[in-house]
Design a protein around this ligand. Structure first.
Ligand SMILES: NC(=O)c1ccc[n+]([C@@H]2O[C@H](COP(=O)([O-])OP(=O)(O)OC[C@H]3O[C@@H](n4cnc5c(N)ncnc54)[C@H](O)[C@@H]3O)[C@@H](O)[C@H]2O)c1
Length: 361
């Protein structure tokens, strides 16, 4: 009985449910017996997890922009959710250089509008804002960032996530301190897994190149990233919301959900590992390319989640690569994708049970 059966029969609203993480979260919530509602822009393409799993037939789907405060309020008022997860965002660093205004509008005012809707909707007991490991002032050092480290961000995307954290903290101090609604933010790293076909992300690029019979070009081969299969941070978000719901206020605040300290690998390590599993093609590393700034060393300290939430990553680096390759093979085979996603969730949960991780037992 995962997450102490908290989600069973509850109304849960997910913003960004048409995206990569939001669609997996909605599928998992549905499996946990929740009554799931989503608010987001339409899916980007026919390849998206939301489309290929036919998620629209499983949940209540609202199309809308998080910058449209009135529409978002209407949906909250109509649904009267008890638990809400905010994942709708412009999530790409390179796109944030092309469209800084759109990125800041969506990632800042989207969060403000989300918390305004939460304030107005008295049914909401728990609200989780999903930000990013990039919210921290990145000093390019070897130590992991802790939840109380300063916010920052050089590129517009990272800065928008640092700001999203400040907005969350401001709303907590100004409006939610004495309210019945409990608020937390969740910071996770680079997430991978079947169903993500976003631009300029290494794993979608890898499978796009494979499908087109081309060689992958690796932009930042030696950049290390806290790679995680998508189910890892989602288990953290679900654990966090369930703990807040059951145990209360002391679990409010910011939480990191990253891999173990020993498992920060480079982009090249990940591609090499996927090639070993799959043997699907080759790659090239261009010389002397001039690129916009992207952080090259970024690590999260997960001690807080491990000690206070009893949360831990479930998959090794090899298993992460294997889950990911299998997820994309499911995408490419195009057969029964929803069931394949559910099988991965069940396999992940059974591995968590074997490891005696509390949320799964
Ligand atoms: N994928 C990662 O590696 C990663 C890492 C750290 C943090 N995150 C964060 O997790 C969240 C989800 O990311 P993802 O990878 O699933 O992204 P995604 O691009 O796959 O999905 C984004 C979702 O947000 C919605 N959205 C975007 N702009 C919107 C707007 N103006 N109004 C309404 N909806 C809008 C999209 O429709 C989509 O449903 C984001 O907040 C992102 O910053 C992702």
């Amino acid at each position: 009985m995962s997450f102490n059966n908290i989600y069973h029969g509850k109304k849960v609203l997910v913003t960004g449910h048409t995206g990569f993480k939001g669609s997996w979260l909605s599928i998992w919530l549905k499996q946990l017996g929740a009554d799931v509602y989503g608010y987001a822009l339409p899916p980007y393409s026919e390849l998206d997890n939301f489309v290929t799993t036919n998620l629209e037939s499983q949940i209540t789907h609202f199309e809308g922009d998080v910058r449209d405060a009135a529409k978002l309020n209407d949906v909250f008022a109509k649904v009267q959710p008890e638990i809400v997860f905010h994942l709708a965002a412009q999530p790409l660093v390179l796109l944030s250089y092309e469209d800084p205004v759109g990125t800041f509008e969506t990632n800042l005012m989207g969060v403000v509008n989300f918390f305004e809707a939460v304030r107005k909707t008295k049914s909401v007991k728990v609200a989780i804002n999903v930000t990013s490991d990039k919210c921290y002032d990145n000093k390019e050092w070897v130590w992991g960032y802790r939840e109380n480290d300063p916010m920052g961000g050089k590129d517009p995307y990272s800065a928008s996530k640092g700001c999203a954290e400040l907005i969350t903290s401001s709303y907590v101090h100004s409006f939610f301190n004495n309210s019945s609604c409990l608020v937390a933010s969740a910071r996770a790293g680079n997430v991978i897994g079947g169903g993500d076909w976003a631009k300029d992300r290494i794993v979608p690029d890898y499978f796009r190149a494979f499908k087109a019979n081309l060689k992958l070009t690796i932009r930042n081969p030696y950049a290390t990233r806290p790679w995680q299969h998508v189910l890892e941070p989602l288990s953290g978000y679900l654990n966090l919301a369930a703990t807040l719901y059951e145990k209360g206020k002391e679990y409010c605040g910011g939480w990191n959900f990253g891999p173990e300290d020993t498992s920060n690998y480079s982009v090249k390590d990940l591609v090499d590992r996927m090639l070993l599993i799959d043997n699907t093609g080759g790659y090239e590393i261009p010389e002397n390319t001039v690129k916009p700034h992207e952080a090259t060393l970024l690590k999260l300290d997960i001690s807080k989640a491990v000690n206070y939430l009893n949360w831990r990553p479930v998959l090794s680096f090899d298993e992460t690569a294997e889950f990911t390759v299998n997820g994309y093979k499911d995408d490419i085979s195009e057969e029964g994708i929803l069931n394949k996603r559910i099988e991965q969730i069940n396999l992940y949960t059974s591995k968590a049970v074997q490891k005696k991780i509390e949320w799964a037992i």
